[in-house]
Design a protein around this ligand. Structure first.
Ligand code: GLU
Length: 383
């Protein structure tokens, strides 16, 4: 029964992020790329695209591939890893391009740093680039930009990175393909009584304590980073599954009900994102809007610069702001696509005048409706 529901979670998702560990893509003994596996996975991706699903791939393997090419298999210093990533990422991207092209799919490489997911300005940018790629039918292939990130500003593991990407693009399904088939109550290799957990509805301390140590020879993520990824994903309204990726066509296998562990999201990505905007961010300023814009907002539309009459406070692009009507009453809060300086320049103007006013063609909306939450309760009014 659980597998049937799991099948549905995968095949009916609108947007899927697939995280692929190094051990799946790169042969442990030879350090060579596992082309047959990649070819089969590309077929899985093509099938999902055929169902109309957006697919993003978070692929590890740059360090494992580069290390071999540089002949530094046993060296582990950060600079060796970074040099390996510089060399290996080219091979990795090329392999993906070739494998996906065989199915007529175009892929785009995105190398992210911790900043791209944690800094709101960069986050908005990365989100828009990914959205644009999806609308154009391309498959983003994502990895951490390992070559420049130092230890403190690095994810280091692609499990959490993939979960952040899933959150950033409001994905509703995150697939972690690994060399384990899911979560057990204890490490199954040393504890014969370890029980398999097919479905987790609530990530409590008991579940978090089940993280054993990594058994994978190449990747960095053990069960700990997978459970941290699950926390991020389910909190963002995204179902997550840990599945054995060592077989050919692992996605097809999950869809057929193969054994795996599902972590159930409690909300939809849209609700979770709106909750984040409504509660986690402190507005740095206000936009006062005219009657026409008030009506547009009530109908669920975005806020255009033309409807903005006044701007208060200093804020950056991507910061949260209040949206008020002419009497000062708060109607909404949202993420401004423009800084307060630029918002002042384009307020009251049509969107097609933005380029002439700012010197670049920015977003049409001052606040996109996906980045805005309407206020409902009078008592939430700030003073
Ligand atoms: N970004 C690393 C790489 O491409 C992998 C990180 C991980 O294995 O989680 O080699």
């Amino acid at each position: 029964m659980a597998s049937l529901t799991g099948t549905h979670r995968l095949t009916s998702a609108k947007r899927i992020v697939i995280k692929i560990g190094s051990a799946l893509l790169v042969d442990h003994d030879t350090g060579a790329l596992r082309r047959d596996w990649l070819t089969a996975l590309a077929a899985d991706v093509a099938q999902a695209r055929g169902r109309g699903q957006d697919v993003a791939i978070v692929s590890s393997g740059a360090i494992a591939l580069g290390r071999r090419r540089l002949g530094i298999l046993s060296r582990q210093r950060l600079e060796d890893k970074q040099a390996s990533a510089a060399v290996g990422q080219i091979a990795l991207a090329h392999a993906w391009q070739e494998a996906l092209a065989a199915h007529g799919l175009i892929c785009g490489q995105i190398l992210v740093t911790l900043d791209a997911t944690e800094n709101r300005r960069q986050y908005l940018n990365a989100r828009t680039t990914l959205d644009t790629l999806f609308h154009l039918g391309a498959v983003p292939v994502i990895n951490e930009n390992d070559t420049v990130a130092t230890a403190e500003i690095r994810y280091g593991d692609n499990d959490r990175l993939a979960a952040r990407v899933a959150q950033m693009i409001s994905a509703d399904c995150l697939v972690l393909l690994s060399d384990v088939d899911g979560l057990y109550t204890a490490d199954p290799t040393s504890e014969p009584d370890a029980e398999f957990m097919p479905e987790i509805g609530h990530l409590d301390d008991r579940i978090m304590a089940m993280a054993g140590v990594s058994r994978s020879g190449m990747g960095v993520g053990g069960m700990t980073t997978k459970l941290q990824a699950a926390q991020i994903a389910v909190g963002a309204g995204c179902n997550m599954v840990i599945a054995d990726g060592r077989v050919l066509n692992p996605l097809g296998r999950i869809a057929d009900g193969a054994r795996c562990t599902w972590f159930r999201a409690q909300a939809t990505p849209r609700t979770a994102r709106k909750q984040w905007i409504a509660s986690a961010l402190k507005p740095n300023g206000s936009l006062t809007i005219d009657e026409g814009a008030v009506r547009a907002l009530r109908r669920g539309r975005s806020l255009l610069p033309a409807g903005v009459r006044g701007i208060e406070g200093d804020f950056d692009r991507g910061d949260a702001v209040w949206v008020r009507d002419g009497s000062g009453k708060v109607l909404a809060r949202g993420l401004s696509a423009y800084s307060s300086v630029n918002a002042r320049r384009i307020a009251g103007h049509k969107s097609d005048e933005i380029e002439a006013l700012l010197g670049y063609r920015g977003r049409d909306e001052m606040i996109h409706r996906d980045d805005m939450v309407l206020e409902r309760m009078e008592e939430e009014q700030p003073t």
